[in-house]
Design a protein around this ligand. Sequence first.
Ligand code: GLC
Length: 817
Amino acid sequence: MPDPLLAHPGPVQTWERQPSSLLARHEQGLTQIDAVAPDILRVRFCPSGEPRPRRGWDPTLELPATELGVSGDDDALHLFVDRLVARLDCANGTLAFAIPDGNEFAEDLAPPGWRAVTLGETALGQTPDTELPPGPARIGLFLSKRMSPDERYFGLGQRPGRLDRRHRRFTNWTVDISSPGHCRGDDNMYQAHPVFLAVRPRLAWGLFLNSPWYSTFDVGASDPNALTLFTLGGELDYYLFAGPTPAAVVDQLTRVTGRPALPPLWALGYHQSRWSYASDAEVHAIAQTFRERDIPLDAIHLDIDYMDGYRVFTWDPQRFPAPTETVAALHARGVRAVTIVDPGVKKDLTSGYRVAEDGLREMHFIREPQGEPFSGWVWPGESLFPDFCRTDTRRWWGDQHAALLDAGVDGIWCDMNEPAIVDRAFGAPGEQARPIPLAARHGDAGEAQQAETHNLYGTLMARAAAEGFARQRPDRRPWVLTRSGFLGVQRWAASWMGDNRSCWEDLETSLPQLASMGLCGSVHVGVDIGGFYGDCFAELFARWMEVGTFYPFMRNHTQCGSRPQEPWAFGPQIEALTRAAIRLRYRLLPYLYTLAHLAHHRGEPLLRPLLYDFPDAADLHQIEDQLMVGPQLMIAPIYRPGVRRRLVELPPATWYDFRTGMRIAEQDAMIAAAPLGALPVFVRGGAILTLGNVRRSTIEPLTELTIEAYPDPDAAGEWTLIEDDGEGLDYRNGGLAERHFEIASLRSGATLTIAARAGGYRPPPRRLTVRVHLPDEPADLRLDGHAHIAWRWSATDQAAEITFDDDGDTHRIEIIP
Ligand code: GLC
């Protein structure tokens, strides 16, 4: 039903072409279209006629200008960049897009519309405000696009609903949704990702609504044929990505919002956490137990109890009397320390707490619209909240991390940064959320209101931490973990999905959730393995660890008071399975770390839905319980009790069973056995997997590298392993080791070529084992043209195998049938 109250722009009256933009003035308002890149257009519609100025904290990057082609006739303006064309209807201002071959998409069903909105029309009713603040916050913009019947919609961030977002309505407003037993629908969460990918046969495109304001996407919920965008803020601003594949859309999105930071290698290892390891002694006992039980471990997280009365940037003098020694002792065991930091600063002006005193004096805290510092309650009691939109506040906050970094801390965990605030002491009767007033002013000159900046709070806190880290340790990569975020947060932080529950449903949910995050550019993601709320139990824990092995970020974490959740907490059988799962993680690290480099270069997610690698297999696009881990591996997790086998759809490719090494007969689907501890994992034909030796932590050198080649009988395969020093910044200046592998498959033999190592980084000396999986035992194997006595045939997993010292040179392995 058209909304009779909506104002519309009316006909285009004049237009002007600038080198990379078109400005079309309507009877009311302005349409501005910018050529962002040969495959990206940005569309703004401003009822006021004036686009709003770029903010200092804008989540987008400014890309070098691209020329925009424009031609006009009486009816329409036609816009061109290399890979995208648009048509602006001069009579009413509607837009339609197409790729140059004429395939149309993202067509407006009606011109953009706007009208005054009230708080009651939004889901912001829980704020203390009774009305939206005057100004742009009260002007809502609406735009509906045609939904093609054969199109599916993906993305929209961490919401735990279905991978395919059609038929739902989504709110983009960051909230602490933590609540035990909370039944999660599809709606808003800790993070806001107003972006979707539309995928139809032979075409994928994407749309990012560049609005940090409260916004909603109605993806065919009210009208099955209409995808309606709504945003507060007085302006419509979106980026249109031309695809034509899902991978291309993710690349386009992350060119605009930034590529994911490259984490240090240790961050891809196993992390152990709980709320809280509450003393130096307990932390050491945990680290020691990992070593005694021979379970790899790279990081321990210190939750809020390391602080002195929850005062951020302090250490409890009784429980952590010598933080530098605590951290040094962890380092001596090869374990990194990660400390939690919350944004709420205890309003303590009597005990010499400098963070509160300096912050108040230097005006770093958010103020009420009337000018008083805003306060609310969190862990430390009444607290003040930094205005991270201010440049000097981000710097000041970043500098506070010296209290942690000087003690040797390796990573910063930003929590409660939606921000989560209540109106009285935690747990006191009648406790309610106490959000920051929507009219509170933010920014260097107080130029924006909370209504505009709310969604960015988590991102800007993470950014302040990462930038502080980079200033204080200029030779090391920062590592920051955040709960809240907006599109672009991946430039500064990894994310976990907040407080899940120790139940099967939340294990299952993690799959589409993390896959959707990856499509939005946040690739270093995980959920609390074992579940946060409630007590985990043996079978669930074992299954969760199996899956967690493949989460880009692998951390076991749980709430205070829950039953122990360390790998040995469920008895020897589960401990053995968990040890094996974590060891597999460490074997996979050379592959996963290469994927982290690829993500950093081109936004490619580590964990992704099938549609990413198989865009033409439309019948597989709604599958959310099978995911790809990079282009070479597919996992088919078990997420229900008692299940010991499952159906696995086999996307069009040659597949191998990772555990048996056997090639799977060509078929569309199969039943995979999955006893406890054995998650079904498949390797795509043509893959060259690089596996390392198991280490106690990444601090130990990689002394063995195994190249597992899985020939595709119909095609050659290749892979480039990327390594570096794991922690520094030399990789930016050529300090990489790149090793290219190619597998050419003959009728029943194969040739594997290992190119000479390229780049300025030299890995420590190591043995190289090459294993080529083949259907039959070959007659011979030649290394660099010579018969080699030391090769062997492994009948158990059908692989011809040879080991030699890696000199970094070119080698050629021929397998003679
Ligand atoms: C929040 C976090 C959780 C943490 C707890 C205590 O609930 O999401 O991970 O353990 O606060 O800091």
